[in-house]
Design a protein around this ligand. Structure first.
Ligand SMILES: [Zn+2]
Length: 91
């Protein structure tokens, strides 16, 4: 039967703690990184239309026949400009 010196046993224990700390850190970094990426993806999807070129609010206003800048109701408007803010009306 072999007996190991106390110093060796302590060394092995310390290294195990370091290894598990590194593993915990790596897993946390991966999980946090994934969560942040998911949050950014969710936010940009929420605030842009499908093409991602225009804020969703502007798309919704245009679809409702309102001025995309100020939201003024442009139904029946023939001048081609918003009477409220002067923005050119895109058809
Ligand atoms: Zn307007």
């Amino acid at each position: 039967m072999e007996s190991y010196p106390l110093a060796n046993t302590a060394e092995i224990g310390r290294m195990d703690i370091e290894t598990s700390l590194i593993l915990v850190f790596l897993v946390s970094a991966i999980v946090l990184g994934g969560a942040i990426l998911a949050l950014v993806a969710w936010w940009s999807q929420r605030h842009t239309d499908k093409r991602g070129t225009e804020p969703r609010k502007m798309t919704e206003r245009r679809e409702r026949g309102e001025c995309v800048i100020c939201g003024y109701d442009l139904k029946g408007n023939l001048s081609g400009r918003c009477p409220e803010c002067g923005t050119r009306i895109w058809q």
